[in-house]
Design a protein around this ligand. Sequence first.
Ligand SMILES: O=c1[nH]cnc2c1ncn2[C@@H]1O[C@H](CO)[C@@H](O)[C@H]1O
Ligand SMILES: [Zn+2]
Length: 343
Amino acid sequence: MLKPETIALMPKVELHCHLDGSLSLTCIKQLANNIGKDLNMSDEEILKHAQVPETTQSLLEYLERFDFVLPLLQSYVNLELAAYDVARQAAEDNVKYMEIRFAPGQHLEKNLSLEEAVEAVIAGAARAEEDFDIVVNILLCGLRQVPVERLKKLLPLFDEIDDEHLVGFDLAGDEVNYPQVKFKKLLEKVTSRGVQVTLHAGECPGCAQNIIDSVEMGATRIGHGIMTKDIPEYQEILTKLGIVLEMAPSSNFQTKAIRELSEYPFMALYKRGIHVTINTDNRTVSNTNLQKEYEKIANWYDFQISDFERINHYAIDGAFISEDEKELLHQRFSEEYAKIEKG
Ligand SMILES: O=c1[nH]cnc2c1ncn2[C@@H]1O[C@H](CO)[C@@H](O)[C@H]1O
Ligand SMILES: [Zn+2]
């Protein structure tokens, strides 16, 4: 079994990480302080509000935890700090390339415009790139439970914001009540602009259809995709198309997508040749980091260095970057993993 120290040395790619679900305790306190809000809580109490309890029974209950931090993320300064904070934590996990996602529409309660919210997050990402050995890109989430007419307002941002950090689109939120088909037209508009798409799909019991619908609607990556576990035809399609599954072990158990380790399809899908990847989803809400997620996979499946290397190459292939950037990352990762193998 791999030692935690070995896992720590591995360079990593993280494709699936939510801004609002991943703020460090220090950052949460700083954000509150910045807006003159006295949280009036011990550190322990803050974490109790921000993290999911073990008793969480569903995806919708999991999503309730975001209500605690969102009021703190309503200014340019705080969104910039938040993005920087998440990238800093990822750099500590030895992440070399990451994509941070957030839903701009959730940050307009004070005076921010959609553009300003996105610009703030991009600015935090860019500052982190200067301070750490990491490249950070940004994805915009539309929340499924928001009326499609409002989600459409996100689309012009991809033209208006002329910045290379803005690289893709996602649908997040309530997958239980809002299936993918509802967003067919919206997604046509997104893909026709040349924007790359990854979609949360197959994260709740009975939601498998969303996985295949996502692929048909142009997603090259799927957030979680757990419910493909019982459907060999879907697995065949994912394998054939090289679709990347962004899995997040802790989150997948907390949302009750999975209840028993024996049901968790990570290893079976990996063995079938599906391009699985490991992600945190939400560092704070899920009380995790990428090191812990890798340790889980190493412990459960006796995953080896070469296996972790392989899934990181899958992640690079799925990343929303240019072919040249992918090639550089592939080379760098091959060299660094070879060194780790040698010990
Ligand atoms: O695992 C997930 N499934 C679906 N939606 C999620 C998940 N984690 C976070 N969000 C949603 O995405 C929003 C933007 O970051 C969060 O506010 C949360 O509502
Ligand atoms: Zn997610």
